[in-house]
Each structure stands twice: as structure tokens, then as C-alpha cells.
Write a protein that binds this ligand. Structure first.
Ligand SMILES: NC(=O)c1ccc[n+]([C@@H]2O[C@H](COP(=O)([O-])OP(=O)(O)OC[C@H]3O[C@@H](n4cnc5c(N)ncnc54)[C@H](O)[C@@H]3O)[C@@H](O)[C@H]2O)c1
Length: 253
């Protein structure tokens, strides 16, 4: 095991709860939340420098999920939770000697290529297989904030040797079932971007285990309608997704 003591920020969110459950038996996890929740956690507002000081002492790796996850987020929300928060997290990783930062980036960094009307709609006629080397095409301030995070990670990797794995995550739904969007304007988008809970856990496990200095990866399930090329992710992250949104739709017919 590459790292054992792992912090998870935003641990009470949708992704955080999936990871606490999926990784808890293998790693010594330390949960961070903004408010007291229904499990033990350290309370830290990551946009507040004074609260972040010393928060990661003793940790070997951090999975940074805490952010405003909405593509509709305002500039103020993005600035506070995604930009300032990410900066404080990087600074604290260096101060506390954290070796690896796993960063929750997003498919929205490229979704400008496939958007239909709003960020949670997709034009199904656009049969793309985007690669990691393709230029970013953000669809929102949220997406731009995640590109900032990916690039801040690059700077901290080069300047401070902080290992960085940025996961451009698809769409994880609490129900773990993409058919919840059947018949809605978001159905085509979710059919392309769906990430099942078990694929999500496996991608984060690989992000902790893979040998890497700086790595970006697309993390979606093996969806028949996906718009991302997963070949590079399989090769560099060692993540091979097992689920496919189409299977759920076929089952529900
Ligand atoms: N859910 C998805 O499908 C998806 C897809 C792509 C990327 N992501 C990214 O994954 C991460 C987690 O997403 P989620 O769906 O679990 O979101 P969520 O909103 O359910 O959880 C995020 C958590 O972060 C906390 N948080 C926000 N700002 C904070 C701050 N400044 N200090 C401390 N805590 C703060 C919130 O209280 C919340 O509990 C986000 O960074 C999101 O952008 C999620």
C-alpha cells in the first residue's frame, strides 16, 4: 500500500460518503467536514487559512473533495470554496508533509464540446472520444475553478514535490442508478457521464496506489455513450471501469 493515513475533505458529501464506505476497510481515513455530522470528523472550513493550519498533520495523502460542485455556482461561491479552498489545501499539504493530493476535478472542464443547452445537458449527436491532451473547453465558472485546481496541482508538484492525481470525474448519483434521470433533459448527459459507486471507489483506490508525480485521468464508467477516451486513463492510472449506464437502462425497460 502506497499510503495508509488518508484525509478526505468534504467527507459528508455524495462522493465522500461513497469513499468512506468503499475505502474505510483498507485505509486509515480521517474525515473533514464543515459542520458536525453523523460520523466522527474534523471541522475545517477550507477557505479559512487559520482553520486549515495543521489540519493535515500526520496524513500521508489527502483526497480533496470539498468544493461547491455545481456548474451553476456563482463567482463568489467558486472563489471561496473552490479557488481559495484549493489554495489552502495545497499549502497545508506542503506544511504538513502530505506526499500525495488526489483532486476531484470534473468532466465539465471539457463539456463545452458536448453541451446542448445548460451544463447538465448533452447533445447526443456529438459522438466524441475526447482525450486528456485535448484543449480544455470549460462550460462554467465551476469548470474553470477545477482547471485552476489542476494547474495549481502542477505548480505544487513542480515547486514542492507534492504528488498530484487529478480525476476528471463524470457524474455520481446517490441512488447509484442512472435511470433516475430517464425522460429528463439530463438523461443524455448522465448516460454519457455516469460513474457507478464501485467504479468511483476503484478509481480513488488507484489514485492512491499508482506510481505518479502528476497525473490527470478521466473517471467515468465504461458507458456505451461515453464521450471520453479511457485508454490513457487505463494505461496511466490503471483504472478500468466495470459498469455501463446502458445496462441499467436495458434492465429497466
Ligand atoms: N458528484 C459528482 O457527480 C461529481 C462529479 C464531478 C466532480 N465532483 C467533485 O467531487 C467533489 C465532491 O462532490 P459531491 O457531489 O460529493 O459534492 P457535495 O456537495 O455532496 O459535497 C461537497 C462537500 O464539501 C463541503 N465543502 C464545500 N466547501 C467547503 C469548504 N470551503 N470547506 C469545507 N468543506 C466544504 C460541503 O459541506 C459538502 O459536504 C466536488 O469537488 C465536486 O466538484 C463531483
Amino acid at each position: 500500500m502506497a499510503f495508509n493515513k488518508v484525509g478526505i475533505t468534504g467527507a459528508n458529501g455524495v462522493v465522500g460518503r461513497v469513499l468512506l464506505k468503499g475505502l474505510g476497510a483498507e485505509y486509515q481515513l480521517k474525515a473533514f467536514t464543515r459542520r458536525p455530522v453523523d460520523f466522527p470528523s474534523a471541522i475545517v472550513n477550507f477557505e479559512k487559512a487559520a482553520e486549515v493550519q495543521g489540519a493535515f498533520a500526520g496524513l500521508e495523502a489527502v483526497i480533496h473533495l470539498a468544493a461547491d460542485p455545481s456548474p451553476a455556482a456563482s463567482w463568489e461561491q467558486v472563489r471561496e470554496h473552490n479557488l481559495e479552498g484549493m489554495y489552502q489545501v495545497c499549502e497545508e499539504c506542503v506544511r504538513s508533509g502530505v506526499k500525495r493530493l488526489v483532486f476531484a476535478s470534473t468532466n465539465h472542464t471539457q463539456h463545452g464540446n458536448t453541451i446542448r443547452t445548460t451544463p447538465e445537458t448533452l447533445d447526443p449527436r456529438k459522438r466524441l472520444h475526447m482525450r486528456l491532451g485535448d484543449p480544455p473547453n470549460p462550460d462554467s465558472l465551476y469548470a474553470v475553478s477545477k482547471l485552476f485546481g489542476e494547474n495549481l496541482g502542477k505548480l505544487y508538484q513542480q515547486r514542492h514535490g507534492l504528488e498530484f492525481v487529478g480525476l476528471r470525474i463524470g457524474w455520481i448519483v446517490e441512488a447509484d442508478d442512472p435511470t433516475i434521470m430517464r425522460g429528463t433533459p439530463a438523461e443524455d448527459y448522465l448516460r454519457a457521464m455516469f460513474l457507478s459507486h464501485r467504479d468511483c471507489v476503484e478509481a480513488h483506490r488507484r489514485a492512491l496506489e499508482v506510481k505518479a508525480e502528476y497525473l490527470l485521468a478521466y473517471v467515468v464508467s465504461d458507458n456505451g455513450r461515453r464521450v471520453f477516451d479511457l485508454e490513457e486513463t487505463a494505461r496511466t492510472l490503471g483504472f478500468v471501469s466495470r459498469d455501463d449506464a446502458e445496462t441499467y437502462f436495458a434492465r429497466g425497460k
